[in-house]
Design a protein around this ligand. Structure first.
Ligand code: GDP
Length: 220
């Protein structure tokens, strides 16, 4: 008996390939611990900020699809510099020093917080800020201080409410709504500059959403 022809695999509609995320292929360029060590402002930069332990390094790694790009060292002294990562399209991502780390001596802490503040408020090529907050804790006073310096410039903000895998769906929704309310109350004229996304480096929830927002900031 004649066999039925086997349908060729190639005759099926091809699944659309996902475009690479903007941080995919990122590579470390340099670190700066003082204002005079900052590379000259040139290409567009996107900064990642957050309290120590919020999950910033894990978020950068998740978006870059790499496991150790932003190495999360708990050692004060290694985390106090701004790290620069080059992107495929020539833009740059900066990983800002985590703040609010209790074990750091006050003078040192104030020194690098001032550096961070100067960068956030004066860096001319900064086109967007990604603020990483623990979804279970919302915005803390130091986050608010940073945002006050940043949002007055009129530039866009993406808040990743991370560790969302530790919450159920209703709690995740409530966490996002609560952060949006905090923003409206603290920055009534600027809250429209912000997007809040439930995120998890573990489950990868929110990765596509974050990719799309960051890509829109870098679009020509
Ligand atoms: P950083 O200090 O802000 O860079 O924080 P890290 O990325 O080093 O994360 C701090 C801790 O939170 C680590 O133990 C991470 O494994 C954990 N963590 C970070 N992101 C997530 C997440 O999305 N889900 C869960 N469950 N844990 C996370």
């Amino acid at each position: 008996m004649k066999k039925q022809p086997i349908v060729a695999e190639s005759s099926r509609p091809a699944k659309a390939a996902r475009p690479p995320g903007p941080l995919e292929g990122a590579s470390f360029q340099t670190g700066a611990a003082h204002a005079h060590q900052l590379p000259p402002a040139g290409v567009p930069e996107i900064a990642f900020a957050g309290r120590s332990n919020a999950g910033k390094s894990s978020a950068i790694n998740a978006l870059a699809r790499q496991t150790r790009l932003a190495y999360a060292s708990r050692t004060p002294g290694r985390t106090q510099q701004i790290n620069f990562f080059g992107l495929r399209n020539g833009a740059v991502v900066t990983d800002l020093p985590g703040y609010g780390y209790a074990a750091v001596p006050k003078a040192l802490k104030e020194g690098w917080q001032e550096f961070l503040w100067t960068y956030i408020t004066t860096r001319s090529t900064l086109v967007g800020l990604v603020l990483v907050v623990d979804a279970r804790h919302g915005l803390k006073p130091l986050d608010g201080e940073l945002l006050a310096g940043y949002l007055s410039s009129g530039r866009p903000l993406l808040i990743l409410a991370t560790k969302a895998d530790k919450l159920n769906q209703a709690e995740r929704r409530a966490a996002v709504v609560d952060i949006e309310r905090q923003l409206r109350e603290a920055f009534p004229g600027q809250a429209q500059l912000a997007r809040v996304v439930a995120f998890s480096a573990t489950s990868r929830q929110g990765v596509d959403d974050a990719d799309a927002t960051i890509a829109s900031w870098l679009a020509p």
